[in-house]
Ligand binder design. Structure first.
Ligand code: PLP
Ligand code: ZN
Length: 417
């Protein structure tokens, strides 16, 4: 039996049953999952979690679906690594990286999709659909294949080749739409009305989907020895992930898994070519003005973010900030992370690291804070961003002479010493 008591409107607090609903009939506010936190508190102990699977499903009582055999490719419990070299470059003494490139399809989207499709299957859906900037399509196609569901995913036609190939290989329907993500999303909203029997993971079952991102907070707290960090840096597209990370830390305290009330500062990272939320923050505005995206960070290229206002509000309330970074800074961020920590992130990871660098230089992220930066997608998905930027140190004839004349490893060693 699960711990869900129903859905509740974020705006007017009207309640609804836990069905495929996502907006309030009265005020059009988004719906949130409600839990019986007293029962969760009684049942969910640190010991029980430790004895659970090494996946997001170890936190099942705080997820919106109970299924002894969830649709799971092994998502979650990704490494949380101490980043001493990167920290030294940025002047941060207690920096950690949550490496979500290690998820089954190479991005954090496996968390939300595993939850959404398990719930969709329970509700009787046989078709899994989504509007995607790439990583979501990838994950929906893979999880649908695993579950024997039919997938229909919609993507902007200008996505990176790797993201299209790693989605299409699972054999579902991949529909490339000539338009931006916001055009794709509008089309999918229309299709949701036309095909009520399809589970659009980020439309009609978005309420459940979004909950999967809370595991990014749960894991970090558990991996830090049941302690919340002081500050987290989160990349922002729709804004859903950021709001749910904040919710996740709060829930852990609410159910007694954290001893002290967490005060996690939450900061958001966007690409300058698509920064509607960061721009609103910088302007001190309340309204998010939609933009037409133009950035190499395609996974974050949502010009009209569904949870933008909630992300802005969460950052302000937590005492965090936003940064936005140019395409060149994104490339530098990818290379800095790879060079110092051996982690190859996609462009969204470049946005996170470059934003972290900016916020650290501004003193917003403070040297003594325990900081966690979320690295949400794998670099192999966006290799074209680095085309012409990195390559062989030298191309030589197969002779000792040619090597000696061209490459000086000792000089590199000396520079390090
Ligand atoms: C989707 C995505 C995000 C942002 O998620 P939102 O919840 O839409 O803000 C961040 N990083 C990567 C790699 C993504 O694919
Ligand atoms: Zn309402």
């Amino acid at each position: 039996m699960d711990y869900v008591t129903g859905l509740r409107c974020r705006e007017c607090a009207r309640t609804y049953p836990a069905e495929a609903l996502h907006v309030c009939d009265f005020c059009f506010g988004p719906l949130e999952v409600d839990y019986d936190y007293e029962r969760v508190t009684a049942d969910l102990t640190r010991e029980r979690i430790a004895a659970g699977p090494q996946t997001i499903w170890r936190y099942a009582p705080l997820l919106p679906v109970d299924d002894p055999a969830p649709i799971d490719l092994g998502t979650g419990f990704t490494p949380l690594v101490r980043a001493e070299r990167l920290g030294a470059e940025l002047g941060l003494h207690d920096l950690w990286l949550k490496n979500d490139t290690a998820n089954p399809t190479g991005s954090f989207k496996d968390r939300v999709v595993s939850v959404a499709l398990t719930k969709a299957r329970q509700l009787g859906f046989k078709v899994a659909a989504c509007a995607s900037t790439g990583n979501l399509a990838n994950s929906v196609a893979a999880h649908a294949a695993r579950a024997g569901m039919v997938s229909v995913v919609f993507i902007p036609s200008d996505l990176e080749t790797a993201k299209i190939v790693t989605t299409a290989v699972y054999g579902g329907h991949v529909v490339a739409v000539d338009g931006t993500y916001d055009d794709v999303n509008r089309l999918c909203a229309e299709l949701t009305s036309e095909h009520p029997s399809w589970a659009f993971v980020n439309v009609n079952i978005r309420t459940y989907y979004a909950e999967g991102s809370k595991t990014l907070a749960f894991e970090v707290a558990e991996q830090l020895g049941w302690q919340a960090p002081d500050h987290v840096i989160v990349p922002v597209a729709s804004g859903s992930q950021l709001t749910k990370i904040r919710k996740g830390f709060g829930e852990l305290y609410r159910v007694g898994l954290l001893d002290e009330e967490p005060h996690v500062r939450v900061s958001g990272a966007q690409a300058a070519g698509c920064a509607p939320v960061a721009d609103a923050f910088a302007a001190g505005a309340d309204a998010i003005r939609p933009v037409k995206p133009s950035t190499i960070a395609k996974s974050l290229a949502i010009g009209n973010p569904a949870d933008g206002w909630y992300a802005l509000d969460a950052v302000r309330r937590s005492g965090g900030a936003f940064a936005s970074v140019t395409d060149d800074e994104i490339i530098d961020g990818i290379r800095l992370l790879a060079r110092t920590e051996g982690i190859f992130a996609e462009t969204a990871g470049g946005v996170t690291i470059a934003s972290l660098a900016k916020l650290a230089a501004q003193g917003v992220v403070r040297p003594e804070e325990k900081v966690v930066a979320y690295i949400t997608g794998h670099g192999l998905k966006t290799v074209e961003a680095l085309a012409g930027v990195v390559g062989p140190t030298a191309t030589i004839a197969p002779t000792l002479q040619a090597f000696d004349a061209t490459v000086d490893v000792d000089a590199t060693l000396d520079r390090r010493a």
